[in-house]
Design a protein around this ligand. Structure first.
Ligand SMILES: *Cc1c(COP(=O)(O)O)cnc(C)c1O
Length: 393
């Protein structure tokens, strides 16, 4: 497998499977210390001490008014729609993890897919107005890969048409625009603390909201609708975060800056090495945004690069590098959504093209920089490699 590229750099096959991400975990002895405390107090869930502490600490850390914790991000998304009594139709992006639309489906809301813009792959605000109908009650955009949506024009449309604006911010933990948390935009924002996200509590999630009355309603809804020992005010879910998750969250918070610093280094290295490869592009950084470097998506232009995204994806697997094609296929192509008029590919040309071109490369705090160099060299070599050699031997 050892080959050299035009610069004489050798490539190698990784000695183990390198996946697109790998969770950061705090030192085990810090975990056992908090477990001992839980064992002693025997309070495992239901607004425990760790739960209360994490809601406060996250609000301070993220510089947001209120945080309501959840067992996972999907339940947070589901509950956010309930909290604002959203019904009818909601405008959303097909270029996301499937949970974004599933949360609508479970609330009996019709997703209306609108195309994305090509620069950051977020919902294209210029195409929203023509998709609004008398049934539309909200907009559900995604800060995909942690790149903020165009928050100002989106708010303007929401204000003009009297629509709720809920952000799926599952990728955007810690992201700021001009020093302001991205979670302070819109009516509500949803976070995921799943194992694959930049900040994890094994599983977990949250809703960020702006006032204490909304927070109260959300707290009822995530706990069966209980508003007191014998009072039930809504058909709520059981969507609570438990004390183990909350304790993990408190520990992880101490390491978040370290995690982002390590991710940043990897991202900058990829950017430096891949910038010169014809047909390979990546997302630009906006100067006013502080990123969390959650993902490193590249886009393969087959006409220029000479190989398709899928060929590159398979080729990298041969070297033990397992990228992921986030977000392919588009949500709008899945069985439960594909018959919607808005799901037609001709309505979603940019998302359809990008879903065919995207490949997320491995990025996580423990990833050795030699792998980043190796991946970039493999990508560079593959471009000039002769197909006949590949097939022939
Ligand atoms: C991960 C993710 C979710 C769901 O979060 P879970 O915590 O896994 O339920 C929702 N939306 C997006 C965009 C995600 O990436």
């Amino acid at each position: 497998m050892n080959k050299t590229n035009s610069l004489g750099q050798r490539v190698f096959k990784a000695n183990k499977k390198i996946t697109v991400t790998s969770p950061f975990l705090p030192p085990l002895k810090e975990v056992t210390a908090f477990l001992e405390d839980i064992w002693q107090r025997k309070w495992l869930t239901n607004q425990g001490e760790y739960h209360q502490a994490l809601e406060k600490e996250l609000a301070t850390f993220l510089k947001v008014p209120h945080v309501a914790l959840f067992a996972n991000g999907t339940l947070a998304l589901f509950t956010a729609l309930q909290a604002l009594r959203i019904t009818g139709e909601v405008i959303t992006t097909p270029f996301s993890f499937v949970a974004t639309s599933h949360a609508l489906w479970w609330n009996n809301i019709k997703p209306v897919f609108v195309d994305i813009e090509p620069e950051y792959c977020t919902l294209d605000y210029e195409k929203i107005e023509s998709a609004i109908t008398p049934q539309t009650t909200g907009i559900l955009p995604v800060h995909v890969y942690g790149h903020p949506c165009q928050v100002e024009p989106l708010q303007e449309i929401a204000d003009i048409y009297g629509l709720h604006l809920i952000y799926d911010a599952a990728h955007a933990f810690g992201v700021t625009i001009s020093g302001q948390s991205v979670m302070n935009f819109g009516d509500l924002s949803i976070l995921s603390f799943h194992a694959t996200k930049v900040y994890n509590t094994f599983e977990g999630g949250a809703i960020v909201c702006h006032d204490s009355r909304t927070k109260k309603r959300i707290s009822y809804l995530k706990n069966f609708g209980f508003a007191g020992e014998t009072t039930v005010v809504a058909p709520g879910l059981n969507a609570k975060m438990n004390e183990f998750q909350a304790g993990m969250g408190l520990l992880q918070l101490k390491y978040f800056d370290y995690v982002v610093k390590k991710r940043r280094k990897i991202s900058l290295r990829y950017q430096e090495l891949l910038a010169q490869i014809p047909g390979i592009s990546f997302l630009k950084s906006a100067p006013e945004v502080e990123y969390n470097y959650a993902y490193f998506p590249i886009f393969v232009d087959e006409g220029i690069y000479g190989k398709s995204r899928d060929e590159l994806y398979e080729h990298l697997k041969g070297y033990n590098y397992f990228g992921r094609r986030y977000f392919y296929p588009l949500i709008s192509t899945f069985n439960m959504y594909k018959s919607l008029p808005s799901a037609e590919a001709k309505n979603l040309p940019i998302a359809t093209r990008i879903a065919e071109e995207v490949l997320c490369l491995p990025i996580y705090p423990d990833l050795d920089i030699q792998h980043v160099d190796n991946i970039a060299t493999i990508i560079e070599n593959f471009r000039s490699e002769d197909d006949r050699l590949q097939v022939g031997n």
